[in-house]
Design a protein around this ligand. Structure first.
Ligand SMILES: Cc1cc2nc3c(=O)[nH]c(=O)nc-3n(C[C@H](O)[C@H](O)[C@H](O)COP(=O)(O)O)c2cc1C
Length: 443
């Protein structure tokens, strides 16, 4: 039997990478945010490395202070995905679109049109959106979880129904008979939910994969139920293998509860990295980025202090802590990143270097060589923690290249990452079955 292989998607949000200040590094492209040629270049590079898909996170609002930091998201994921679709052939394009701040018809139309244009490479990350700034942009406020998720179920039902409303065999374009489409196979859906209503049909034929697979990212019980019912991919951000395994098992069980197979869900664990020829070099790069913002570093030191139970600022933060102090460190029970912080400080990393190792980033971080990165991915994958990764380079500009040229060959050599794309569509490449229209029962 063929060895199971990990799946990898590349997060391409604002165009810079996972750290908000890496845009100031000499090797960075300072205007990546607005340069679609750069997005295309990164996508083509990722495609060379057989990366399964690009993942575009999104929140339609200005959510961070841009005085010194780069934006968190692209100008518009749909437009960025369309630009990339026309300049690539294999890589998937997964975009985040809100189930709360869209209507089914416009979203169904956008995604299916792009799926057809890209020859079946689109995926939809269906999120309920909990950002107040986004709600304000739509003249409202964030609703409670139950309401958001009830609407999410209806949105996906309505959108999949619209996708299926143009019959699979209805597109004839036959010059001889003069028949362009078989209208007996193109029918209204008359969807009437509590939150959304739409008549249809949607005048777009199927793509090579039928229609886009659904992704999901909410970790609440409602989110896990939604994923179990619909999702082929789930974005997760666990910090430990145990936490990841537990979450993955919950998702797999949720799929079974909804009459699907546990293997129908692929979990993509968020993971950040800085790659250099040596650990010291990688660490030096992270320290350089930290130096761009002494105030934030100071705040992070306070946070790190809380994570390990000692005021680190009362010591020289450039030096290893005294041995007796190292022994006094206690991981904070509520923060799963704390044990790693304690370990690094006890290994003799100074508080500043410990921060630079990424102990308080929003995903697990590896700062080191390509082999260090490959080892981390292999360990998590083989321990059943995840089906794949959603990778975030610190800086896209050279991070994507380093991953593709240095990490991918190691993973391929170890037999845990594919040598080539399995097919031409996102579903084929992810091992997700063809689907057209809505399959599942009501919630
Ligand atoms: C790895 C990851 C990525 C996410 N990306 C987005 C995103 O791009 N846009 C968004 O609005 N929410 C995003 N979310 C948030 C969730 O989709 C979800 O809306 C939020 O967590 C609230 O749902 P919950 O109550 O089920 O947790 C992400 C969550 C995770 C774990």
């Amino acid at each position: 039997m063929k060895k199971k292989q990990m799946k990898i998607v590349l997060q391409m949000a604002s165009g810079y990478g996972g750290e908000f200040k890496t845009w100031r590094l000499p090797e960075a492209k300072a205007d990546a945010y607005t340069d679609m040629d750069f997005y295309v270049e990164m996508a083509q590079l990722a495609e060379k490395g057989k990366i399964h898909a690009l993942f575009m996170a999104d929140t339609p609002a200005l959510v961070n202070d841009l005085t010194e930091d780069t934006p968190m998201h692209s100008m518009d994921p749909l437009i960025a995905m369309t630009s990339v679709a026309r300049a690539t052939n294999h890589i998937g394009l997964v975009g985040t679109f809100s189930t709360t701040f869209n209507e089914p018809y416009n979203l169904a139309r956008h995604l299916k049109a792009l799926d057809v244009i890209s020859h079946g490479r689109v995926g939809w990350n269906a999120v309920t959106t909990t950002t107040q700034a986004t709600a304000a942009n739509f003249g409202t406020h964030v609703k409670v979880s139950q309401e958001r998720y009830e609407r999410a179920h209806e949105m996906i039902e309505a959108i999949q129904s619209l996708w299926g409303s143009w019959g699979e065999k209805a597109y004839l374009h036959n010059k001889e008979t003069g028949q362009f489409a078989d209208m007996s196979k193109i029918n209204p859906i008359e969807y009437t939910g509590n939150y959304v209503q739409t008549r249809g049909p949607l005048p777009i034929p199927p793509s090579e994969q039928g229609q886009p697979p659904i992704f999901q990212a909410g970790s609440s019980p409602e989110g896990v139920r939604l994923a179990g019912r619909f999702a082929s991919g789930v974005y997760a951000n666990p910090f430990t293998i145990e936490e990841a395994r537990e979450y993955r098992n919950m998702l797999r069980q949720s799929a079974v509860n909804h009459g699907r197979s546990a293997d129908d869900i692929n979990v993509f664990t968020g993971f950040m990295f800085t790659i250099a020829d040596s650990k010291e070099e990688a660490l030096a790069r992270r320290r350089k980025v930290m130096a761009f913002d002494p105030q934030e570093t100071s705040q992070r030191l306070d946070y790190l202090s809380a994570m390990v139970g000692i005021n680190l600022k009362s010591f020289d933060v450039e030096k290893p802590l005294p041995e007796n102090v190292q022994q006094m460190l206690q991981p904070h029970w509520q923060d799963p990143r704390s044990p790693r912080a304690v370990t690094l400080l006890q290994e003799g990393y100074s508080p500043l270097d410990t921060l630079a190792m990424g102990v308080i980033n929003y995903h697990p971080v590896v700062v080191g060589t390509a082999k260090d990165v490959a080892d981390f991915l292999q360990e998590w994958f083989e321990s059943g923690a995840t089906d794949g990764f959603s990778i975030v380079p610190d800086l896209a500009h050279d991070g994507v290249r380093a991953f593709v040229e240095q990490v991918v060959p190691i993973l391929q050599e170890r037999g845990i990452f594919h040598e080539d794309y399995e097919g031409t569509t996102l579903r084929e490449n992810l091992g997700v079955p063809y689907q057209y229209g809505i399959l599942t029962e009501k919630m």
